[in-house]
Design a binder for this molecule. Structure first.
Ligand code: FE
Ligand code: FE
Ligand code: ZN
Length: 277
C-alpha cells in the first residue's frame, strides 16, 4: 500500500485545481481551508467544480481529504460574538463538506482565554453537540495542540473529555499533529510506541484518523508551535521514518504543513514515500 500523503493547498482556484495540484506533486490526499483562515468569508461552492474533483479523487484513488477550519474559529472564546461565529462557520462548513462526502474536517479545539480548561471543554463539546447531525458523512477531527497560551487539547485527557461529552461521537475523531504533540511534551522521537499507547489508553486509538506531519523548531515540551521542514527540526527524519512505517499509523492520511512552497512539498512527499516500507 502506498502512503496516503499530501500537503496543505490553496483553495483560491477551486476544488478541481487542488486535485490537479496534488497530483502534480505526488500527493494522494490534501488539506485546504474551508474559508479564509483569518476571516469569516466563505466563497459560494460551484457544484460542478466539486463534482469534477469528486471524479478525479475516485479515478486517481485518493485517500480521505483533511479540510481545515479557519484559525479564527474558537468555540470557547469569552466573547459571545466569537462563539456565535464558531457555531455559524462550523455549521456552514459541514454543509459545504457534503459536496465532498466522506472526508475529514479538522479544527483547533479552541483557546479558553483564562476561563479555565474545564469551561473550555464544556463549550467545545457544546458546539459539537449543536453542529453534528446524524446524517452527515464528514468526520470532525479535533487537532492535538501544542499548548500555546490557553489552548485546549494539548493533553490527550482534554480531547478525551471533549469526546466523552459529545452525543454523536461516532462523527468525531482526532488529528495528531507531530509538531504539536512534540511541543506539548509527548516524546514521539524516543518513545513513539509509548505515546501511541498513552493515546490508546486515554482516547482510544480507533479515534485517530489523520496526522499532520511537521517537524518542530523547538524541543519537546516547548509549547511554541513553530513548524519546521521535515528532517530539519527537533523531531528529525529518523523519527518521521518510524511514524510513516508504524503499523498503527501507516494507513492514515498524512498532511504536511511545513514552511514550503509546492516544490518543497513535492520533495518532502517523495522523501517520505522513499522511507516507507
Ligand atoms: Fe491546524
Ligand atoms: Fe496542524
Ligand atoms: Zn501548528
Amino acid at each position: 500500500m502506498p502512503l496516503t500523503i499530501g500537503c496543505h493547498l490553496s483553495a483560491s482556484k477551486g476544488f478541481l485545481a487542488m486535485g490537479e495540484t496534488a497530483l502534480s506533486i505526488g500527493a494522494n490526499t490534501f488539506a485546504f481551508f474551508t474559508r479564509n483562515p483569518r476571516g469569516g468569508a466563505a466563497k459560494a461552492i460551484d457544484p460542478e467544480d466539486a463534482a469534477e474533483l469528486r471524479s478525479l479523487l475516485q479515478l486517481e484513488h485518493f485517500g480521505k481529504l483533511v479540510a481545515h477550519a479557519p484559525y479564527t474559529l474558537n468555540p470557547c472564546s469569552d466573547k459571545q460574538e466569537t462563539r456565535d461565529f464558531a457555531l455559524q462557520a462550523m455549521t456552514d462548513d459541514l454543509n459545504r463538506m457534503e459536496f465532498l462526502p466522506n472526508n475529514y474536517y479538522n479544527f483547533h479545539p479552541g483557546s479558553h482565554v483564562k476561563q479555565g480548561v474545564e469551561i473550555g471543554i464544556e463549550m467545545i463539546a457544546g458546539l459539537l453537540n449543536e453542529v453534528l447531525k446524524p446524517e452527515q458523512t464528514t468526520t470532525v477531527l479535533l487537532e492535538t495542540m501544542a499548548g500555546k497560551g490557553t489552548e485546549v487539547g494539548s493533553r490527550f485527557e482534554e480531547l478525551a473529555q471533549i469526546i466523552e461529552r459529545v452525543e454523536l461521537s461516532s462523527h468525531v475523531g482526532v488529528c495528531l499533529d507531530t509538531c504539536h504533540v512534540h511541543d506539548a511534551g509527548y516524546d514521539i522521537v524516543h518513545n513513539l510506541d509509548g505515546v501511541l499507547e498513552e493515546f490508546d489508553r486515554v482516547i482510544g486509538i480507533q479515534r485517530l484518523k489523520a496526522l499532520h506531519l511537521n517537524d518542530s523548531k523547538n524541543p519537546c515540551g516547548a509549547h511554541k508551535d513553530r513548524h519546521e521542514t521535515i528532517g530539519n527540526g527537533f523531531i528529525g527524519l529518523e523519527a518521521f521514518e518510524r511514524v510513516v512505517n508504524h503499523p498503527l499509523l501507516r494507513e492514515l492520511p498524512f498532511i504536511l504543513e511545513t514552511p514550503n512552497e509546492l516544490p518543497g512539498y513535492a520533495k518532502e512527499i517523495s522523501v517520505l514515500r522513499s522511507l516507507s516500507r
